[in-house]
Design a protein around this ligand. Structure first.
Ligand SMILES: O=C(O)C(=O)C[C@H](O)C(=O)CO
Ligand code: ZN
Length: 278
């Protein structure tokens, strides 16, 4: 049921890594295919990272297929799910009979224990992130208006942006998933500047709202030993706990950041001074 499994990476695996190997280990692409649900599995925090593009039909989240003891059980039997519509069209997510409309940039928290989850809506493109949970929390739709978006950066430093914390304890309860949306102002291209690491959490970035010809140069690695990945619209990068995650694009764009790990404290990050970067 998973099109790819991504293994956890050790920092020493960055030494002499080829571009191909780096992309193979950390870059997730091809998640958004018309009429399909595509799911990938990362051993980092056991994230399921996926996309659902209904394109005129309803798509159902598949059941677990392994091991035999849980085959046929709901995927969310012991997991929670975050959904964000990144498409221009209105979407509809139905969770155990409750239908929730999701417009572009709107998110849904789906609790552990949910049995039937379906996705519909022409022009909707659902980004899916699921991690193991220990308890169910209420099903909840979250829009930017439910959050207190905050501004970071400045036009002078090409990193003026708005950060919306969509799934974090002060907005929406969850067991382990933290999720938000950052949108760069026109003329700004740098995200997450200055960068940081967080030893207690892995992070997944999805870049979108880019034109087909645009690219984001995503930097990763230990602060004193950086590498980069060239990323396109709707590409995802898996960032291990020891890695910085920051990027610059050929234009402004949006990205969804999702984390899971030991705590739900957004501020649990070690900010890197630019003079530490190599
Ligand atoms: O633009 C930013 O800065 C971010 O959105 C940073 C992410 O929120 C992040 O990396 C959280 O750990
Ligand atoms: Zn981070």
């Amino acid at each position: 049921m998973f099109t790819r499994t991504y293994h956890a990476a050790h920092p020493e695996m960055m030494a002499g890594v080829s571009n191909e190997a780096l992309r193979d280990r950390h870059l997730v692409s091809g998640l958004f295919r018309d009429g399909e649900i595509v799911l990938t599995y990362s051993h980092g925090e056991r994230f399921v990272i996926g996309g659902a593009v209904p394109a005129g039909k309803a798509l159902a989240l598949p059941a677990q297929d392994a091991p035999a003891s849980v085959a046929g059980h709901p995927l969310l039997e012991r997991r929670e799910l975050g959904v964000v519509n990144i498409g221009a069209g209105a979407g509809l997510v139905t969770v155990d009979g409750e239908a929730i409309p999701l417009a572009k940039y709107e998110a849904l928290y789906v609790p552990m224990g949910s049995r039937e989850v379906t996705f519909a809506g022409d022009g909707a493109r659902f980004y899916l992130l699921s991690v193991p949970a220990h308890a169910p929390f209420p099903l909840r739709k979250v829009t930017a208006a439910d959050t207190s978006p905050f501004r970071r950066g400045a036009l002078e430093t090409s990193n003026q942006r708005t950060i919306c914390q969509l799934i974090l304890p002060h907005v929406c309860q969850s067991a382990a998933l933290c999720l938000g949306l950052t949108r760069l102002d026109p003329g700004s291209v740098w995200n997450t500047m200055p960068p940081h690491v967080h030893e207690r959490r892995s992070e997944i970035y999805l870049y979108f709202d880019l034109e087909a010809e645009d690219r984001v140069f995503h930097y990763m690695g230990q602060p004193d030993d950086l590498r980069h990945l060239v990323m396109q619209n709707e590409d995802v990068v898996i960032s291990p706990p020891w890695s910085v995650h920051m990027g610059a694009g050929t234009r402004n764009y949006s990205f969804i950041w999702a984390m899971a790990g030991e705590n739900l404290d957004y501020e649990d990050m070690d900010v890197i001074d630019l003079c530490q970067l190599r």
